[in-house]
Design a protein around this ligand. Structure first.
Ligand code: VTB
Ligand code: MG
Ligand code: MG
Length: 329
């Protein structure tokens, strides 16, 4: 068997392995669903995800995690994780045990558990700061949008490429005071807004299916980690995205410096954030537009996940019945 075939098969198996991880993480998070306690939900989810990833057959490095070493109990940047691999599988690991902890704590839609595993060295390493993002779905000429362009320019370009008016477009934006001007500009350009409380990975993914989601473009400043994870998903789904790191305060500037980022105004295209093959998995914690959340049936826990691979652009939706809840204990 050639090396290439062996590698491909290993990658394929990994896709299912990582769904097991996001499933267990979502189930752990769901124990805190609607309890108003974000910190406990985050901790339970991160502990479960950490335990499950440790069992996977690779030598992984956390490149998108929860913070710096000594700063967070699980998934610090640079942490080695996985069982190790006799066959030499080395990977980058990007995690968000709960994307949307507030959504989970308030039992609001679209909280999910997210994990991407990529070829070593292929994911942009970002400190826990922010990223300005713009994303659209597949099928438009390369360069239709840019994070360096104004929102009105991006909207005009997308409208032209889509053959509609700007008033026919809907933009998804995180509802934050920092987006006051952005929201105003989108409104005066004439587009509609879908304002979301949290969950900008889902927000970016939504642009890939505007017929289903009603969202044509994602704009605004959210987590940098969420930016790279969204870029990972978009690499599997198709679409365009650009990002630019943002330091909102002194602490962020210090994090950026520590991470070796000297030029905060650099524009990252999708291919600068994701430079190799990867698998991406997400499991719903609360019900969402992509998948249902964790549900407790009479004799089983039910989870819904999506898992995708960049190399083949395959997407699988996996609904799982966990008949033995003790396996999560
Ligand atoms: C966004 C959002 C996330 O963080 O990235 C946001 O998508 C950015 O931070 O779900 P602020 O909340 O400080 O604006 C989350 O809300 C949480 O990870
Ligand atoms: Mg999180
Ligand atoms: Mg998050």
């Amino acid at each position: 068997m050639s090396q290439a075939v062996e590698k491909a098969e290993l990658d394929r198996a990994l896709a299912l392995d990582i769904v097991r991880v996001t499933e267990a993480t979502a189930v752990a998070a769901a124990q805190w669903l609607g309890r108003g306690d974000e910190a406990s939900a985050d901790e339970a989810a991160a502990a479960a995800m950490h335990r499950e990833i440790a069992r996977l057959p690779f030598d992984g490095i956390v490149v998108v995690g929860e913070g710096e070493e000594g700063d967070c109990p699980f998934f610090y940047m640079g942490e080695r994780i996985g069982q190790g691999s006799p066959s030499g599988t080395t990977v980058d690991v990007a995690v968000d045990p709960i994307e949307g902890s507030t959504l989970c704590a308030k039992a609001l839609p679209n909280a999910m558990s997210v994990l991407a595993v990529a070829e070593r060295g292929s994911l942009l390493k970002v400190p826990p700061i922010y990223m300005e993002k713009v994303a659209i779905g597949p099928g438009y000429p390369e360069g239709t949008i840019s994070v360096a362009a104004t929102p009105s320019e991006n909207l005009g370009a997308l409208a032209e490429a889509k053959g509609v008016g700007v008033q026919d477009l809907t933009v998804c934006v995180l509802d934050r005071p920092r987006h006051g001007d952005l929201i105003e500009e989108i409104r005066s350009a004439g587009a509609a807004l879908r304002l979301i409380g949290d969950g900008d990975i889902a927000g970016v993914i939504h642009v890939t299916d505007p017929v289903q989601t009603g969202i044509d473009m994602y704009l605004g400043i959210g987590g940098a980690a969420e930016g790279v994870l969204a870029a990972a998903a978009l690499t599997c789904l198709g679409g365009q995205m650009e990002g630019r790191l943002v330091a909102l305060n002194k602490e962020h500037r210090a994090w950026a410096k520590l991470a070796g980022i000297t030029n905060l105004s650099k524009t990252y295209a999708l291919k600068d954030m994701v430079m190799g093959d990867l698998s991406f998995a997400a499991t719903g914690i609360t019900d969402g537009s992509m998948m249902a959340g964790v549900h407790h049936a009479r004799n089983a826990i039910i989870t819904e996940s999506v898992v995708m691979r960049a190399s083949t652009r395959t997407r699988r939706w996996i609904k799982t019945e966990h008949a033995d809840p003790n396996k999560f204990a």
